[in-house]
Ligand binder design. Sequence first.
Ligand code: HEC
Ligand code: HEC
Ligand code: HEC
Length: 347
Amino acid sequence: MRSYIRMRRYAIVAMVVGVVAGVSVITVAEQSQIEKPGGNSKCYVCHPAMKTEELTTVHLEMDVTCDQCHGESTEHMHDEMLMTKPDLLFGRSQVRKMCSSPTCHKPAGERQVYGRQDHKDPDAVDAFLEQWTGRMRPNGRNITHDSICTDCHGTHNITKPLNTAAEDEQSQWITLFNGRDLKGWNPADDASWTVKSGRLSGTGSSADDKDRSLWTETVYEDYLLAMTFRATWPIHAGIWTRGESSPRVEIFESGQAVTGSVLVPGKGLALANLREDLEDRESWNTISIKVQGDRVQVWLNGEEIGIVRAVGPAQGKIGLYISKKGDSASSELTVREMLIQPLDKAE
Ligand code: HEC
Ligand code: HEC
Ligand code: HEC
């Protein structure tokens, strides 16, 4: 399971090794011969996430490839040290202008940049703003009235690997669940939470309809958590990050938002994951959470969902939550592995 959070870093390490051995270079060269010139697959070799990313796919449908925006970037692709940047890069302040070029998204009238008015459906942009202003999108960007195209459109960024997790094998991962019993957890006698065949299981069925949480005995401040779970649907479960008044990372489906969203008690959903495709409802999933200071950062199956900043307790117990209400009554959350790595306060 640890492979999930390190997947990306391993890919890059493998790539570097490959390049050193001459393998990756050959692959890239072969690919560009098979591909029609200017196709995207030579870039997907190292940027696989871009394959399904909205900004690239929407443009690719119109034959606008990576090259056309970033240049051919031959040196970037073949740089063994991975130090050479692509030919064309765009900082925040350049994006709007770059997209608004006359052959692309030409603004009407005298205006220089494509704006709300130029959208086919300006009301949809307003509605979007109303829904998202002040909140973080799955691409990690905050939406404001000053947002640039790529804040609202796509997840066109490099998802940073969990840096601490990537460090090494001998990193200080501690298992929170021993595979045998509820040692380390409280209250161990709650019938909602049991250990069955080496797995920690929480069920939604019980005599009363109270929500139930299973708490760690230990109090944590800053940490990385990685949990591998599966669920029977529908379900409403989650992970309290530092006690019952702290942000809770959700395992659920509610309207548009799905697993990996973050609920801030009293405030509602502070981070909404809209990417249903990240979760495998038929099988195991790994959710990773980095809690540091007032930030909660979430990954689902290796993809970053986003960061929330929320004032809350500076320390607390970690809790597994399961709702007993309505549809969730017959649901079950099964946890295969749960690892934690306390983080130093300063980073
Ligand atoms: C051999 C592997 C490899 C190939 C092929 C490759 N890239 Fe990259 N690219 C990287 C790495 C590694 C990074 C740095 C990633 C990071 O910072 O996490 C990167 C970063 C980038 C960046 C961001 C640079 C920055 O400083 O913000 C862009 C843009 C980019 N690549 C575009 C492309 C395009 C377009 C192609 C295809 C023409 C391409 N890449 C092909 C490995 C590759
Ligand atoms: C505040 C968020 C926001 C910003 C900023 C934004 N868009 Fe959009 N855009 C939307 C929404 C919402 C839609 C309609 C629904 C959809 O397609 O996702 C849309 C639709 C579009 C469409 C589809 C056709 C159309 O015109 O409606 C294009 C093309 C587009 N945007 C281009 C751009 C470009 C280029 C920029 C930057 C110069 C930009 N957008 C900035 C929110 C935004
Ligand atoms: C329509 C133009 C366009 C296309 C097509 C396009 N990009 Fe980009 N790319 C951009 C812009 C603009 C940015 C800067 C976005 C931002 O920071 O908001 C960017 C940024 C990036 C980054 C840096 C993200 C980061 O987090 O620093 C990478 C990597 C990247 N592109 C790779 C690719 C790859 C690979 C492809 C093809 C599979 C591709 N792009 C296709 C316009 C494009």
